[in-house]
Write a protein that binds this ligand. Structure first.
Ligand code: HEC
Length: 154
């Protein structure tokens, strides 16, 4: 009962964060900031939609890790909804968006659902989620793998 309530609160919190990122005015501001950055320097713009989403996913996964470690909660529907948007977010390199990429995204989402469905094996299922992050990164973006590995629960 206790855990359910916390889950619900976390879900609402994540959902509100998630939706708070979407309203038009903010998107507009972001777009303007991006244009200013591109115009004011010739270094490539690193803040693609996908990069921003990934940064948020990392932080959210880290919060979920803390909940699981402390046995105070677990993954939320809001987080799963976030993972489901990976294949539609614009990447820095548009060439990454292949059928293989979509398949990696699907297995990530399926593993997130497995965490929800296996309350007895939270640590194991969470670590499998981290492995699904790494699977895609091995093919498409090896840079952050070392950092992602830190999400694993020992
Ligand atoms: C389907 C493939 C895929 C999956 C699954 C995936 N990533 Fe990524 N990730 C990428 C790609 C591609 C980039 C580069 C984004 C860009 O530059 O547009 C990226 C970038 C990142 C970055 C660097 C963002 C920055 O600051 O530029 C982090 C951190 C990250 N991912 C964490 C994660 C975590 C944590 C998970 C699992 C919860 C995950 N990723 C799952 C493909 C994936």
């Amino acid at each position: 009962m206790h855990i359910k309530m916390k889950e619900l609160i976390l879900g609402c919190f994540l959902a509100s964060l998630f939706f708070a990122c979407n309203p038009e005015p903010k998107t507009e501001v972001k777009r303007v900031v991006k244009i200013v950055k591109v115009v004011s320097s010739d270094t490539p713009n690193k803040d693609s939609e996908l990069a921003l989403l990934m940064r948020k996913m990392y932080l959210d996964a880290d919060s979920i890790k803390q909940l699981i470690v402390n046995n105070t909660g677990t993954i939320s529907d809001g987080f799963i909804a976030e993972l489901e948007t990976v294949h539609i977010a614009k990447a820095t390199d548009p060439d990454v968006k292949t059928a293989e990429f979509d398949a990696f995204n699907k297995s990530l989402v399926n593993q997130a659902k497995a965490i929800q469905e296996n309350p007895e094996n939270q640590v194991e299922e969470f670590n499998k989620l981290v492995s699904r992050c790494i699977d895609c990164h091995q093919s498409f973006c090896p840079g952050p793998i070392k950092r992602i590995k830190k999400l694993r629960i020992d």
